[in-house]
Design a protein around this ligand. Structure first.
Ligand code: MG
Ligand code: MG
Length: 630
């Protein structure tokens, strides 16, 4: 039966905890990695009954290693070893054994001998009603590619012997994918999926430490799955990721990431199949389609236990005006054109609790979906429950889901023209208009612990239907900084996900001061950054000090750049970038309460984020931190 499965090796912890996490994440099938069994204190039949209780089918045991083309007496010993695995399979109640191509120096480069060994083992397995799968390890001694493994399977020619198609080995060795579609389904024993970053590394190290779930890396997993499904194979598809970070994380989180990654892999597969005139397969059921995100309706800040005045001063300095107050709560609405910033200073409830943990910070984001009901159904189907906050009498109930560090993402619909808005119903306005030079939210940065990076990427890609840009890596004065932008397909929502290596990096200091992952900056777009900055400085806003050398370097990098323009940028600390399509200006406010800052950008036909300026921003912030004694 076509269904999702996961190999126990993909998670950390005890076998018991892994199985529970796998079942809770919605899996109905699991592959047992033999090491997990070796370290398990109970008997294999206990694993069998635990899986039965959890509703998990054990689709296979793996791996049997270094089997084929071995000289005697190792060959005979190998058959004994295999028989013991068969006994174990009997106790576990599984019918399938996965074996991988030999890496042994003692094995012979003789495909006919290898095929004969596989055939003999398959015949022995058949007597007990078992099936075998043979997989090419990318670093196998003689069999490295799926084409070689397939040749052996065909030479052995046994009905209970199939090839294991593992996307990792196939993609790591850059094996051709299209011919996979020509394999008869009856010759396929199992399909395994994982992804990996597109870094140059020997396949074994990449495999053992850096495998990740589909959509978290750079392998053509979607194309692989599409080709494999064209064979007519309808057996289990199993996630198999060896990853140090996964093993260090809670099994429940990793199992859920795996399920979400598979759900979007299945969705991508079906979209592709429908486009090719093929029937969708709906592995794991139906997933409501992602709703386009029309825009950002508001961001909400909690002012924590202190700092409200300072934060409000900063907002007013940036040109925001308080236009309304909530009917029943200590909540103000600050506005500039269509930009809404809600300032929550309630002494109770969600925002207050968030503020106690993180200080003045962005605690919620309100998104406008074309179809908010469907967007919420999708979130729920991906294991993200709906959060309903406490509301006052007659107040609008806006459903939300938990995002990074339990901040909230509200799911709102498009505003109908002429109809009263959420704001009209819940707020009392004392100003109708709030003009200013800031036009829209440009992006939000999420600064994340490294261990959470792939989880949140999968969350955004699956739950909100976002897509990702390639990873950018730059230097921090105390380590390295990595950023990956994820965005809605129409770029209405853009979130750079930032992580760092190094305990004193700007990112690590943020995480320490903030008490976890969170939004470190909000970028706002203006049509005239120079006029904006001049006015903001006059209103008392402090901007991040940029070293003089940056501007010397700028005039060297862009020789045609006007000197007066460079001087103007130097005066305020504006940064500059340019590419083939256009120009970009950006400036950062001084950091507020050790954790948060605004960025103001002016885009002239430029769609990136000024990554070339990130090192100078990080260095300037580290200098600021050291000056302030943070
Ligand atoms: Mg494998
Ligand atoms: Mg930015």
């Amino acid at each position: 039966m076509l269904r999702w499965s996961i190999a126990t090796v993909s998670m950390g912890g005890t076998l018991e905890a892994k199985l529970t996490a796998v079942a809770r994440a919605g899996f109905r099938a699991v592959e047992i990695f033999e090491n997990d069994l070796t370290f398990f204190s109970g008997k294999p039949k206990d694993v069998r009954s635990r899986c039965q209780d959890l509703g998990l089918e054990i689709i296979g045991l793996q791996p049997l290693r270094d089997f084929e083309s071995m000289p005697e007496p190792m060959r005979a010993r190998n058959f004994d070893r295999a028989e013991r695995k068969f006994d174990l399979m009997e106790e576990l109640g599984t019918r399938f054994l996965g074996m991988c191509s030999s890496v042994s120096e003692d094995s012979a480069d003789d495909k006919h001998r290898s095929a004969a060994d596989l055939a003999e083992l398959a015949d022995r397995a058949a007597q007990r009603g078992f099936r075998l799968g043979y997989e090419a390890l990318a670093w196998g001694r003689y069999v490295k590619d799926w084409m070689q493994a397939y040749e052996l399977v065909c030479l052995a020619d046994r009905p209970n012997l199939g090839i294991v198609l593992d996307s990792f080995h196939i993609c790591a060795n850059k094996n051709p994918l299209a011919p996979l579609a020509e394999i008869p389904a009856s010759r396929i024993g199992l399909v395994q999926l994982s992804d990996a970053p597109g870094i140059l590394m020997d396949p074994m190290s990449l495999s053992r430490h850096h495998r990740c779930f589909p959509g978290q890396g750079d392998h053509p997993v979607a194309e692989f799955l599409d080709c494999v499904m064209k064979t007519g194979y309808r057996g289990p598809v199993s996630l198999e990721a060896f990853n140090d970070h996964f093993r260090g994380a809670p099994a429940a989180m990793i199992a859920q990431d795996g399920m979400r990654a598979l759900q979007i892999a299945g969705e991508t597969l079906d979209k592709g199949r429908i486009a090719q005139g093929l029937a969708p397969l709906r592995i794991g059921g139906e997933l409501p389609e992602a709703s386009p995100i029309g825009g950002i309706e508001f961001v909400e800040f909690t002012t924590g236990s202190s700092g409200q005045n300072a934060f409000v001063n900063l907002l007013e300095g940036l040109g925001f005006t308080r236009v309304a107050r909530h009917r029943s709560k200590e909540v103000d609405l600050y506005r500039q054109n269509d930009l809404n910033i809600v300032v929550n200073s309630e002494q109770d409830g969600f925002a207050h609790a968030f503020g106690l943990l993180h200080g003045t910070s962005m605690c919620a984001l309100g998104l406008r979906f074309d179809n908010p009901e469907r967007a919420l159904e999708r979130a729920n189907a991906l294991g993200t429950p709906t959060y309903f906050g406490r509301i006052g009498p007659g107040e609008d109930l806006i459903p939300a889901v938990a995002g990074v560090e339990n901040s909230l993402i509200y799911f709102m619909g498009a505003q109908k023209t002429g109809a009263p808005t959420n704001w009209d119903r819940d707020f009392v306005f004392d100003k109708a208009e709030a003009p200013g030079s800031l036009k829209c939210f440009d992006h939000f940065s999420n600064v994340l612990r490294r261990s959470e990076f792939l989880s949140w990427m999968t969350f955004y890609k699956s739950v909100l239907g976002l897509v990702n840009d390639p990873q950018v890596e730059v230097a921090d004065p105390y380590g390295a900084f990595y950023s990956r932008v994820i965005r809605s397909p129409s770029s209405t929502l853009r979130i750079p996900l930032n992580i760092a290596d190094g305990g004193s990096t700007a990112v690590s200091r943020f995480i320490d001061a903030f008490g976890g992952s969170g939004v470190q900056h909000i970028a706002l777009e203006t049509g005239d950054i120079f006029a904006f900055v001049e006015a903001a400085v006059a209103r008392g806003v402090k901007f991040l000090a940029i070293p003089n050398n940056y501007y010397e370097d700028l005039s060297a990098r862009f020789v045609d750049l006007d000197n007066d323009l460079i001087e103007q940028m130097r005066t305020y600390g504006i940064l500059y970038d340019r590419n083939r399509s256009g120009e970009f200006f950006q400036i950062y406010t001084a950091t507020f309460e050790k954790t948060f800052f605004f960025e103001i950008v002016e885009r002239r036909n430029y769609e990136l984020f000024g990554a070339a300026n990130t090192p100078v921003r990080l260095a300037s912030q580290v200098a600021e931190q050291e000056r302030m004694g943070w």
